[in-house]
Ligand binder design. Structure first.
Ligand code: KG4
Ligand code: ZN
Length: 334
């Protein structure tokens, strides 16, 4: 079975082909970051319009790269939620229409389910059950994954997502979008002993996150301490340390609470090096194993969509002709 994956939920247009026998055989991505950068964040209407411009040629590209023709595609998987409605509509409409024209099944994929399955594309892949930490621009959540399709939400963010906090703090520091990589780069020049920022919601039990107070704390520190280059680097460093420590503490609690020993990290923030280092230290101490997707599959991509879609199609699931896209969709409803 050859499955074409389509991802257009935010600011990346991506396509991929996953096959039953050879695994991932083609993968293409076009990033809209240069389009949105001058606005300091994603402009939804510009995102939708650019997906329309790029998607068809990216579909042709992966089919050609895979050495296939269109009639050798057996199924199409597209992201239908969560994400920007206009952007999701582009991938869904194209995926469904192509499926109808080729007379093959199509399947709507939950973007966060695809993120948490992304480490399965690696050689060193986790076995079920595991705890998944999903940290992206739109989500921060801890999920207990009993098996494929069986998800229990352990905790989530009450306000800003971890990636969103990085993006907002980057803006305060005058850094470009996306903020995560920019803050991490500036933090390397910072002195981590100068400031000690709060680790939100770690002084009480529970697995929920809240990052908006930390963002305000960062803003107030910047106002009080001035904004010379070294101070900005020190603030970037203190902020990153606080976010990372908070996430690591919650991951340790999630492992303890579920008595599981495998942790899967996915979503854009899982590309953060300090987070990877500190999770590794925590895991070694607690005899747990941590699994990540390769860097390019931490952020949005279609390889994870093709793979998640393949698993659903292989179970005989497929959707009808109605186009359903949602800004929100609970993982527990899958
Ligand atoms: O999963 P993703 O590509 O898109 C969403 O579905 O949101 O995640 C993008 C988010 C952005 O907020 C970006 O700033 C953050 O991931 N990010 C990082 C790093 N790389 C990307 N955050 C911290 N450190 C990084 N190295
Ligand atoms: Zn994502």
């Amino acid at each position: 079975m050859n499955v074409l994956g389509i991802e257009t939920s935010c600011d990346e247009t991506a396509t991929a082909i996953y096959t039953a026998d050879k695994g991932l055989i083609a993968n293409a991505i076009y990033s809209q970051i240069p389009i949105h950068q001058k606005y300091g964040g994603v402009v939804p209407e510009l995102a939708s319009r650019d997906h329309i411009r790029k998607l068809l040629s990216l579909i042709d590209k992966v089919i050609c790269d895979a050495g296939l023709t269109k009639d050798q595609i057996d199924g199409i998987a597209y992201t239908s939620a969560p994400g920007l409605i206009g952007a999701l509509l582009v991938g869904s409409a194209v995926g469904k229409s192509l499926g109808f024209a080729l007379n093959i099944p199509t399947i709507a994929v939950h973007h966060m389910e695809a993120h948490l399955l992304a480490p399965m594309l690696e050689e060193n892949k986790p076995e079920f059950p595991f705890v998944a930490l999903l940290v992206s621009g739109g989500h921060s959540m801890l999920v207990e994954v009993a098996e494929f399709g069986k998800y229990t939400l352990l905790g989530e963010t009450l306000d800003d997502a971890a990636g969103e906090a990085f993006d907002k703090v980057a803006k305060l520091l005058g850094l470009p979008y996306p903020g995560g990589p920019a803050v991490a780069k500036l933090a390397k020049q910072g002195n981590k002993k100068r400031f000690n920022f709060p680790r939100p919601m770690t002084d009480r039990p529970g697995l929920d996150f809240s990052f908006s107070g930390l963002k305000t704390f960062t803003m107030n520190t910047l106002r009080a301490e001035g904004d010379d280059a070294q101070t900005k680097a020190d603030i970037a460093c203190a902020f990153q340390e606080a976010v990372v420590d908070t996430i690591v503490i919650k991951c340790r609690r999630a492992l303890e609470q579920t008595s599981l020993s495998r942790l899967v990290i996915a979503g854009g923030v899982s590309a953060n090096i300090l987070l990877r280092q500190k999770l590794k230290q925590m895991a070694e101490k607690h005899h747990a194993q941590v699994f990540y997707p390769r860097f390019e599959f931490c952020t949005d991509n279609a390889a994870m969509i093709a793979y998640a879609g393949y698993l659903h199609l292989a179970q005989g699931q497929q959707d009808g002709l109605k186009i359903n896209v949602h800004a929100r969709w609970s993982l527990e409803d899958l």
